[in-house]
Design a protein around this ligand. Structure first.
Ligand SMILES: NC(=O)c1ccc[n+]([C@@H]2O[C@H](COP(=O)([O-])OP(=O)(O)OC[C@H]3O[C@@H](n4cnc5c(N)ncnc54)[C@H](OP(=O)(O)O)[C@@H]3O)[C@@H](O)[C@H]2O)c1
Length: 248
């Protein structure tokens, strides 16, 4: 039986690692997993025991377009591209954060664009494929401390909204995933209450389920994401008042 091939950026831990495990262990996929830290990728690979050969790993920074192109060239076309690699650092906007602003844009936004550009040509040649771009609820509305992170997620959402029109005719489906809080190394640095905080394996299961849906954008956990969607379209005077009163 033909095995589907996924390319997952940011596969070494968190949501990327959970989806990698799910695809390989439960759904018989092959995964090409990329991230900077080879040791973490090897650890993930070893944890798959008999199925370890289903995960091909590459130490690769998504800022390195030449390396991404090389990996794409060496491998068969991906059926599924999960543009997930990302960083998150809370920001105090009163301080000088120029390096943080640049780093978030270079990794979260341009890193996804680099990966997209590298793996897209073979999907186009095959006239078939599926891309999910990891945005976030932080891309819907500016939140405190998210001045470096939030704009990258808003940009990714806009990118996904735009590319899908050109890719329809190429047989390539585009979706955007905008989660709330998921328990991963990234959120472990948050020292505030995270409403609806979800287990990473549950998040991976939802992503897998939504891969089959026709929704362009999906979000979870459900209650928190519905609340935030409504919140994001409130008049600014009201939403900023609530944020100042209850979050800041
Ligand atoms: N967790 C949440 O609550 C949440 C909510 C909304 C959206 N998201 C988004 O979901 C994605 C995954 O988040 P997560 O919580 O799973 O984060 P995480 O646990 O910190 O994992 C991030 C992954 O990205 C990789 N990565 C970071 N910089 C990279 C780079 N320059 N090149 C290649 N790989 C890189 C990391 O591996 P290396 O360190 O080995 O490179 C790691 O595998 C992110 O885009 C995040 O913004 C997360």
């Amino acid at each position: 039986m033909k095995q589907n091939i996924a390319v997952i950026t940011g596969a070494s831990e968190g949501i990327g690692a959970a989806l990698t495990r799910l695809l390989i262990q439960q759904h018989n996929w092959k995964v090409i997993g990329l991230s900077r830290n080879l040791e973490k990728l090897k650890f993930l690979q070893n944890s798959l025991s008999q199925k370890r050969d289903c995960l091909k790993i590459y130490a690769c920074d998504v800022q390195d377009f030449a390396k991404l192109e090389l990996i794409a060239k060496k491998n068969n076309p991906a059926d599924f591209l999960f543009l997930n690699a990302g960083i998150y650092n809370p920001i105090d906007a009163r301080k000088n954060n120029i390096e943080d602003y640049k780093q978030h844009m270079h990794i979260n936004y341009l890193g996804a664009v680099n990966s997209y550009e590298a793996f897209l040509p073979k999907m186009i040649a095959k006239k078939k494929g599926h891309i999910i771009i990891m945005s976030s609820i932080s891309g819907w509305i500016g939140l405190p401390k998210a001045a470096a992170y939030g704009p990258t997620k808003a940009a990714l959402r806009s990118f996904a909204q735009s590319i899908r029109y050109d890719l329809i005719s190429e047989g390539i489906k585009v979706q955007v995933c905008s989660p709330g809080f998921v328990e991963t190394p990234a959120t472990s640095k948050n020292n505030f209450y995270m409403p609806g905080l979800m287990k990473v394996d549950d998040a991976a299961k939802i992503i897998y389920k939504q891969m089959d849906s026709n929704k362009f954008e999906f979000s979870f956990p459900l209650t928190f994401s519905i609340f935030m969607k409504i919140f994001s379209i409130l008049p600014d005077r009201l939403s900023s008042f609530i944020i100042k009163k209850f979050v800041c």
